[in-house]
Design a protein around this ligand. Structure first.
Ligand SMILES: Nc1ncnc2c1ncn2[C@@H]1O[C@H](COP(=O)(O)OP(=O)(O)OP(=O)(O)O)[C@@H](O)[C@H]1O
Length: 581
């Protein structure tokens, strides 16, 4: 237990205790060197030394695994400190509450909220399951999920997540039941000595979690009966989704979280009222169209007709989307088209155009887009080329236009932050969100812009990984390649006819020159090279033709950043003794 105001790792001042788990206490701390808040998890002093080694081993595994993740719903781990007989894990501070505390305080939750959380959880779990090797979280439950004030979910406590095929993770490290999943939420195979865990294990726990949130009945204490036996007003469709997710036999569950996300987004279609309405429509259609249908069937053209109808529906909605000047109607039309021809990238490319036309991608737009593309990802991926292009364009949309708050990995709008800090945080949140799309594009063989996508992916990786590397003291050697990438980015942006891209590339480079000049120097970048980059970035900004207040502001930001960047470069070449080089 650490006292308030005590300092850990020489730079983290403990501000307050914010949580307590089975093995740990969690604090809010202020980082004096980065002037930023983090959450610090202290693993309580375990007196038995053998046990303590196991705890430390388990945590180190957890920390090293999370360091490689890059998903907005997973708080990053940036530092690991052994001190005062305890282990401290420094990570992104999540402003919010756990779903278990919300449930405890407010009781069963609204259907639409629970479905929204479920879809978000499917997204992050699917991200883990798609990693190579796949990672199974194994401990989804309300107390391991936090909800931010913006409505974004965060997955905490990776204590027992494991990589499939990784022997170190095969066995429980601590020997407690938690390693095998939490009773009530853990799938039956987690409690079977011969059981195999995979993505479907998380599907089960997610189903049990949503069940608990909707009914308020703990699945360990009460048998999981159909949810409408507890709350008759709930949807029948949702009842079947949860029943399927929590089947004892993994083969009978959703086979992936992407499948479960699809079912959660369409659960209303399973409701009796919805089916009745469809039936009525269908009857009307039969009454009027029966003669022609019979003719076509007789002519052997039923399949052709179905295809034709599907294509013309798709064309119809694409046409509607293109014609209307109302952005919301256009969005709905393109989403509809995407659901008809699920392997077509066109609707998404059109959505991107609409979203970026006004210079910003909002939280709401991002959610709509992300849901649609996640739902049809497997179909879209079938055409590698269009998928790479779509990934690249999606990445650019996040990188340059995303201005929502849901993605921020840390206390987004903490009081006391100045405007520059907030802008920087916003920039790096955008870059993080773009990262996986740029990786998709860069890693597709034969994609014409793979090289440019690689520049973006590398810059994103640098920004995600550098803080933990600095903390570990193993950051040397990373700055020179980053510097080269910034040069590439600025050169590339010069060829773009898009002011947002030009100004952002300029600002990112000037920001890096302000923050890292000493590190660049230590890695062998010369003062002259840094000045050349600063000048190129300023030229890029100055040659941008700004037509809106927003762009004007970004241009001013670059102009204002130039002088501090030059000063920082000069200072970086003043040695401690004071002799300028
Ligand atoms: N990154 C974070 N930001 C803010 N609060 C956090 C963060 N991580 C954990 N907490 C808070 O601390 C509490 C305990 O954290 P956590 O569940 O990770 O601990 P644990 O010891 O691993 O718990 P368990 O007994 O469930 O294994 C959480 O319920 C949450 O309130």
């Amino acid at each position: 237990m650490v006292a308030e105001n005590a300092t850990v790792g020489k730079r983290y001042r403990i501000l307050a205790q914010i949580g307590k788990g089975g093995m740990s206490t969690v604090y809010l701390a202020m980082d004096s060197s980065l002037n930023k808040q983090w959450a610090i998890k202290e693993i309580r002093n375990v007196s038995d030394s053998a046990q303590r080694d196991l705890v430390i081993k388990s945590l180190t595994v957890e920390a090293n695994m999370i360091k490689r993740f890059d998903h907005p719903a997973i708080p990053r781990i940036v530092d690991l400190i052994e001190e005062k007989n305890s282990l401290f894990v420094v990570m992104d501070y999540v402003e919010g509450r756990t779903l278990s505390s919300i449930l405890k305080k407010e009781g069963p939750q609204k259907e639409s909220d629970v479905v929204d959380w479920g879809v978000q959880l499917c997204d992050v779990l699917d991200y883990l399951h798609r990693r190579r090797p796949p990672v199974v979280f194994r401990d989804v439950k309300p107390s391991n999920v936090m909800l931010t004030p913006e409505g974004a979910i965060k997955l905490i406590d990776f204590g027992i997540a494991r990589e499939i095929g990784d022997d170190r993770g095969e066995r429980p490290l601590l020997g407690d039941a938690r390693q095998l999943g939490t009773p009530g939420f853990g799938a039956p195979e987690q409690f079977d000595p011969d059981g195999e865990v995979d993505a479907r294990t998380d599907v089960y726990a997610l189903g049990a979690t949503l069940y608990f949130l909707l009914t308020g009945r703990h699945p360990r204490k009460h048998k999981m009966v159909p949810i409408r036996q507890v709350r008759p007003e709930l949807s029948e469709g949702l009842e079947s989704v949860l029943a399927k997710a929590t089947r004892k036999n993994p083969d009978e569950r959703f086979q992936s979280c992407a499948q479960m996300a699809y079912a959660l987004k369409h659960y209303k279609e399973e409701d009796q009222a919805h089916r009745d309405a469809l039936l009525l429509k269908w009857r009307g259609f039969l009454a009027t169209g029966i003669a022609s249908v019979v003719c076509l069937v007789l002519a052997g053209g039923s399949l052709l007709m179905a295809n034709h109808a599907q294509n013309s529906d798709y064309d119809y909605w694409m046409g509607q989307g293109a014609q209307t000047s109302d952005d919301t109607q256009a969005e709905a039309a393109f989403v509809k088209a995407a659901s008809i021809k699920t392997d077509s990238a066109e609707p998404y490319e059109n959505l991107i155009k609409r979203y970026t036309a006004d210079g910003s991608l909002s939280d709401r737009e991002e959610q709509t887009y992300n849901s649609a593309i996640t739902e049809h990802m497997a179909d879209l991926q079938r055409n590698a080329d269009t998928w790479a292009q779509l990934s690249f364009d999606t990445g650019k949309m996040y990188w340059y236009y995303y201005d929502g708050t849901r993605m921020k990995g840390d206390a987004a709008n903490s009081e006391g932050q100045n405007q520059q800090d907030q802008q920087d945080q916003q920039r790096y949140a955008r870059i993080r969100a773009a990262s996986r799309w740029m990786h998709n594009a860069a890693e597709t063989q034969g994609f014409k812009d793979a090289n440019v996508a690689r520049i973006y992916a590398d810059i994103a990786d640098f920004n995600t990984q550098i803080v933990p590397l600095i903390n570990e003291g193993s950051d040397a050697g990373r700055y020179k390649p980053y510097f080269a990438k910034l040069n590439d980015l600025v050169n590339n942006a010069g060829k773009e006819n898009n002011e947002v891209i030009r100004l952002e590339a300029a600002n990112l480079s000037l920001d890096a020159l302000r923050v890292y000049p000493r590190k660049f120097r230590a890695d062998g970048v010369s003062k002259e090279e840094m000045r050349v980059l600063a000048d190129a970035a300023l030229d890029l900004a100055n040659s941008s033709n700004t037509t809106t207040d927003e762009l004007d502001q970004r241009k001013k930001e670059a102009e204002n950043a130039y002088k501090p960047a030059l000063e920082a470069i000069s200072n970086a070449f003043v040695d401690i003794k004071g002799d300028a080089k």
